[in-house]
Design a protein around this ligand. Structure first.
Ligand SMILES: NC(=O)c1ccc[n+]([C@@H]2O[C@H](COP(=O)([O-])OP(=O)(O)OC[C@H]3O[C@@H](n4cnc5c(N)ncnc54)[C@H](O)[C@@H]3O)[C@@H](O)[C@H]2O)c1
Length: 330
């Protein structure tokens, strides 16, 4: 059966991968939305969507989701079967410096989508990308979906506010909404404000890479293909009626020192680069650990992450070697 998807943030890291996975099925068409904001270079985003733009199953709309009228008009016209909402402002540290933009792009922009569906009275299934940051500091790990959220940054708060808003729309208007909470997604096209890229950048520029905290500082690194399988699995196995929350993580947190030593070995072998590491205190906005319990995602949507960190980082550094010209790293 033919299906129409709207994928927001289609020129970003995750949105571009999700869009590609969807159009691999000839029955799917994808309407991509992105405003190519300058959180990082729009040149990288142009590169991310090169392959998508060659497909007749894909159409790009350069729209800012903060524009209520444009969002409503497009959704009314397209009447999508699914919306996968990947657009948003990411970055915990940046949210301390620029909190307002997180409220505007993560809460208000999402509400424009929910409002457009409500006003148009569509039966669209909506997947909203939240974040592991909503958990904040917890007494217990791994993080389970029904734990009380305790976000510790404007970014985490904006994502949790988005979740609450979505739950309220779902309750009142019977809207079908799934929240997914990604845990440190990495891989080809990975964001330039995240550790795998920052490590190469430091090595190329001959500058130190700062390690925040000790090896007790852990992240549940999740490979992009595993994450995308989780989201597409969710759209295929959608059996719930209204509102559900799913962790999409790897269930295997890795300490920062271990992460650096794997990366150091790979960039040495593949790119002939050396890395200097300096230490800094972990900021209060940064979580000491992220660790996903993935039982619910496994049982309800068949989510089973497969890629080991060494293999996934190897893919990322191979990609970087090929696309190095896209990044201004002289
Ligand atoms: N990458 C991760 O590890 C990770 C972890 C947790 C949550 N997330 C969430 O997943 C989503 C995608 O993350 P990503 O890593 O692909 O980030 P990204 O920055 O690469 O992609 C986001 C895209 O959304 C677009 N965008 C932002 N605001 C917009 C607006 N108002 N209108 C239209 N387009 C807009 C940006 O231009 C960008 O291309 C984000 O919501 C992020 O918060 C990501």
């Amino acid at each position: 059966m033919k299906k129409t998807y709207i994928v927001t943030g289609c020129a970003g890291f995750i949105g571009s991968h999700i869009s590609e996975a969807l159009i691999a099925d000839r029955n799917n068409s994808v309407i991509g939305i992105d405003n190519f904001n300058d959180y990082y270079s729009p040149k990288i985003k142009e590169s991310n969507i090169q392959k998508l733009l060659t497909s007749t199953q894909f159409k790009l709309h350069k729209i800012d989701l903060k524009n209520t009228e444009k969002v409503e008009a497009l959704i009314k016209r397209i009447k999508p079967d699914f919306i996968i909402h990947c657009a948003g402002m990411a970055g915990v540290r940046n949210s301390i410096q620029n909190p307002l933009t997180y409220t505007q792009n993560n809460i208000l922009a999402t509400q424009n989508i929910l409002e457009a569906i409500r006003i148009s009275q569509l039966d669209t299934k909506i997947v909203l990308l939240s974040s592991s940051s909503v958990y904040g500091i917890q007494e217990k790990t791994p993080f389970v979906e029904n734990m009380v959220a305790n976000p510790s940054s404007p970014y985490g708060v904006s994502k949790f506010a988005m979740e609450l808003l979505a739950k309220e729309y779902s309750n009142h208007y019977d809207m079908k909404i799934a929240i997914v909470r990604p845990f440190s997604i990495y891989g080809p096209r990975g964001r330039v404000d995240m550790a795998p890229f920052l490590i190469i950048k430091a090595a190329i520029q001959g500058k130190p890479f700062y390690q925040f905290g000790t090896n007790e500082n852990k992240r549940d690194w999740t490979y992009i293909d595993d994450f995308v399988d989780g989201v597409t699995g969710l759209t295929k196995k959608w059996s719930f009626k209204t509102f559900e929350v799913f962790n999409l993580g790897n269930n295997t947190p890795v300490g920062i020192e271990d992460f650096i030593s794997i990366s150091k070995k790979l960039i040495g072998e593949k790119l002939n680069l050396d890395l200097t590491v300096l230490h800094k205190e972990r900021g209060s906005e940064e979580l000491p650990i992220t660790f996903a319990n993935i039982d619910k995602s496994h049982n309800l949507i068949g989510y089973t992450p497969k890629i080991k960190l060494e293999d996934g980082l190897n893919e990322f550094y191979t990609y970087f070697k090929k696309y190095r010209g896209v990044y201004d790293l002289s």
